[in-house]
Ligand binder design. Structure first.
Ligand SMILES: [Cu+2]
Length: 155
């Protein structure tokens, strides 16, 4: 007897494969807001694990393609942040990490919450957050509230 199982998957579903990526990224962001290079390195190590742990074969085709397009770039910046415990260097990588994370977030549902893309006009760089309050990860306490919400991804 043949058993056919049909699984309907909504495109709005948050897949387990990617569920650790954004929380780990937020961990890096919070460490940079706090100006803590060691914590940023540790959180970036978790992010790298989350990226490397994704089994692309278990992702729907559209998500698979979108993830594959940025995976290496995300891993590159996460690895550098995790290895170089120097905050200036980490913040350079965080800028491109954030750009690529936004590219991914537009195509693959990464969170059940809204994602805000904030922009720092001094650094000319963006970062992602789930919080509408501006806490700038590029300068830490010296420029904590510099920036504005540039765009919002609704869950
Ligand atoms: Cu580097």
């Amino acid at each position: 007897m043949a058993v056919v199982v049909l699984i309907a998957v909504s495109s709005q579903h948050l897949f387990a494969q990617v569920s650790n990526i954004l929380p780990s990224y937020y961990g890096v962001k919070d460490a940079l807001v706090a100006g803590d290079a060691n914590a940023a390195a540790a959180r970036a190590g978790e992010l790298l694990k989350a990226i490397d742990g994704v089994d692309m074969s278990k992702m729907p085709g559209k998500d698979h393609t979108a993830f594959m397009a940025v995976k290496d770039k995300l891993a590159f910046d996460a690895r550098h942040i995790s290895e170089k415990k120097e905050i200036g260097h980490q913040r350079e990588h965080f800028a491109s990490l954030s750009t690529n994370m936004m590219t991914l977030a537009k195509d693959v549902k990464l969170s059940e919450q809204a994602i805000y893309e904030d922009y720092c006009p001094m650094k000319k760089a963006t970062w992602l957050t789930n919080d509408q309050t501006i806490k700038n990860p590029y300068y830490g306490s010296s420029m904590l509230t510099c920036g504005k919400i540039k765009s919002t991804l609704k869950p």
